[in-house]
Ligand binder design. Structure first.
Ligand SMILES: [Zn+2]
Ligand SMILES: [Zn+2]
Length: 317
């Protein structure tokens, strides 16, 4: 089968073996996939990953022991955990030390015609959620993770740093609370997209007051530095960026101002499906391009351009 494979460099392969699902797994025919910033980090050596890339997708179950799943449209949680360790038994399976992660750690991803996945990881996609919307379920779930971790009081203002793919989703999810949400970003076109989505959006130079909650979605080391400057005393910095570089930190200012710093990764799928089904999160302005898998290398190049938002891959030519 055809797949985008990383092995020190990205290769479009036509000879990848079609995965053979185990008895607890389903074989999913991938329909569409989304390129995430983390995929671009993988191509720079992040996580030391080798294999089929990609972790955001929607597909249709083609083969499964449990026939109820056959021909159903699905998305999948990306962490595959052991189910037995203390983390798995404490409802923290995303932190299972022996987990694999599709397209990121010890497990082939979804930039391929087929992927095999544990049935336990699958979620049905309602008919009213389009294929394109469904490819955003995984990143929207990552935004809801913030609300699983901390209590954002509706009366407090929230700043989202970065108007990239994640920042634009995060601000929409945070707005569901009635919070005063502002996006702070550099790129003029992306600020405009944020405004189109009904979000307040400014460059950092125009921000006049600091905020209780600052969520870094810049995907860069500079995001943490800016967050430390924009948060009020006793405020909270939530870090969503994954990158290989190290970030500058001013420990004294965090101590003196009693800042809470929260790292945040993958999140719950159910609220993400609900939000997309009820059209509370608009993904259309976030799509910058669509490519067939056969043009996957070009798609990755476009995804790496600073003006690009989400690039989607279509598995059928
Ligand atoms: Zn991602
Ligand atoms: Zn485990």
């Amino acid at each position: 089968m055809r797949a985008l494979f990383f092995d020190g460099q990205v290769i479009l392969r036509d000879d990848c073996p079609r995965p053979e699902p185990r008895p607890t797994e389903a074989l999913v025919k991938v329909v569409r996939a989304g390129i995430c910033r983390t995929d671009l980090e993988i191509t720079k050596g992040y996580m030391g990953f080798k294999g089929v890339m990609g972790h955001e997708f929607v597909g249709v179950v083609e083969k499964c022991h449990n026939r109820q799943w056959i021909n159903r449209r699905v998305v999948s949680e990306i962490n595959i955990s052991c189910g037995e360790c203390i983390f798995c038994r404490s409802n923290l399976s995303n932190h299972c030390p022996s987990r694999s992660v599709i397209g990121l750690k010890d497990r082939d991803g979804c930039f391929a015609e087929y992927i095999a996945l544990p049935i336990n990881n699958l979620h049905l996609v309602p008919d009213s959620v389009s294929d394109e919307e469904a490819t955003f379920i995984e990143p929207v779930a990552a935004c809801f993770e913030v609300l699983e971790q901390v209590h954002i009081h509706p009366k407090n203002n929230t700043v989202v740093l970065g108007a990239g793919k994640l920042g634009l989703l995060m601000a929409q999810v945070m707005k569901l609370h009635g919070n005063d949400v502002t996006i702070v970003a550099k790129h003029p076109e992306k600020l405009e997209t944020a405004q189109q989505l009904g979000l307040k959006a400014y460059p950092a130079s125009e921000v006049r007051e600091r905020s209780k909650n600052v969520i870094d979605c810049t995907g860069t080391p500079e995001g943490f530095d800016l967050a430390q400057r924009l948060v009020i005393p006793r405020g909270r910095i939530i870090l969503k960026s994954t990158f290989t570089a190290k970030a500058p930190i001013d420990p004294a200012s965090i101590v003196v101002n009693e800042i809470e710093v929260v790292g945040s990764r993958c999140g719950p799928f159910r609220p993400a499906v609900n939000a997309l089904q009820r059209k509370l999160v608009d993904i259309q302005p976030l799509i910058s391009g669509r490519y067939p898998l056969s043009r996957g290398l070009k798609a990755l190049d476009q995804a790496a351009e600073s003006s690009s938002l989400k690039i989607l891959l279509t598995m059928e030519e």
